[in-house]
Design a protein around this ligand. Structure first.
Ligand code: KG4
Ligand code: ZN
Length: 335
């Protein structure tokens, strides 16, 4: 049995989790920082880094308590080493380095995006490589062919904002508060999705990429016009994002022979926006149409957490991918 402690601190969630090589999540502890950032309407990097410093050690202790383990039971220490807000990334990475050094155990530096990309394999033991992955988070919107640990082909990416970023910015414009994505989804549930005419950026384009910046600007204009209720703008926005994701996904699926050599039978989704009900329903619809099986992790595993980092650590450890104590934190780190 290999037991890995994983740490996550790349944005505004501090988390520690203990995961075994055979997919048992022995503990996952997480502390959000919403209260620290709410007054500013977004994540403030300096405040986030300080909060990670305060929260990380108690969370590691809480994970060990929950798993009824001691540090000496851990076989390797994994942490997000980027991409993300660098001050926060350093807190988790340096903590893992200190533990690895003190316990004389291996260190595994995990790319946060790889954590999201491999997380569906933590909840589904039948999910084999390769698979098609839609990664939709606050910082990224990508369609990837996942061939194996450390082996990815990026088929499409956003040319401007990420999908989650569009949710967060639109929620802020509409005065819905922070964190934006879930609050906008709540408002949308009480609105009319046909009430506000909003654009579908890149819809019908002869390329696979995504774009959301124009949609956000249209939300500003609709709100400033004073003609529409906030819930109606929220509902129309959520439908527009979902339509865009569907159109771009449809383009890629109908050009799969040129984008990806082997047929892919599983449509896998990860990242915070996969927590959105309308997005999840659309994915089920698209997968059914293309005779694909969907793998959508539970909500808590879609948003940032440390279990996905511990699991990516397990996959890297099994592949012999260990890092030195001099490994650097990276604010930017494409997959
Ligand atoms: O993966 P994640 O937790 O962090 C990043 O690595 O970015 O994703 C966070 C993003 C945020 O933009 C958040 O607003 C969005 O996921 N999100 C949602 C929902 N829950 C989280 N967007 C739409 N609907 C939701 N229910
Ligand atoms: Zn993330």
């Amino acid at each position: 049995m290999t037991i890995i402690l994983g740490l996550e601190s790349s944005c505004d969630e501090t988390a520690a989790a203990i995961v075994t090589h055979d997919r048992q999540i022995l503990a996952h502890s997480l502390a959000g920082q919403e209260d620290h950032h709410r007054a500013f309407g977004g994540v403030v990097p300096e405040i986030a880094a300080r909060a990670h410093v305060e929260l990380m050690t108690p969370l590691i202790e809480s994970a060990l308590d929950k798993a009824k383990m001691q540090l000496s039971d851990i076989d390797a220490f994994a942490a997000t080493a980027g991409p993300g807000l660098i001050g926060g990334v350093m807190v988790g990475l340096v903590s893992a380095k200190a533990l690895a050094m003190a316990m004389d155990k291996p260190l595994i530096a995990v790319n946060h995006l790889e954590g999201h990309a491999l997380s569906p394999r933590l909840c589904d033991e039948n999910l084999d490589y390769p698979y098609l992955l839609l990664l939709v988070s606050g910082g990224h919107c990508q369609l990837l062919r996942v061939n194996g640990v450390g082996d990815y082909n990026r088929l499409a990416t956003t040319i401007d904002d990420a999908a989650g970023e569009a949710f967060d910015k639109s929620a802020k414009i509409l005065g819905l508060g922070f964190p934006g994505g879930p609050l906008l989804e709540k408002a949308a549930a009480m609105g009319d999705a046909h009430a506000v005419p909003l654009p579908r950026p890149l819809k019908g384009a002869k390329e696979p990429h995504f774009s959301f910046a124009g949609l956000k600007s249209a939300v500003v204009r609709a709100h400033e016009s004073g003609q529409y209720a906030v819930n109606d703008i929220a509902a129309s926005f959520q439908t527009a994002v979902t339509d865009c994701l569907e159109d771009r996904l449809e383009y890629s699926l109908s050009h799969m022979d040129t984008l990806s050599k082997l047929p892919l039978t599983k449509l896998v989704v990860a990242g915070g926006v996969a927590a959105n009900g309308a997005v999840r329903a659309m994915l089920e619809r698209v997968a059914a149409k293309w005779n694909m099986q969907t793998v959508i992790p539970p909500l808590w595993l879609c948003t940032d957490n440390a279990a996905m980092i511990a699991w990516a650590g397990q996959e890297r450890f099994a592949a012999g991918l260990i890092d030195g104590l001099d490994v650097a934190a990276r604010p930017r780190w494409p997959l």
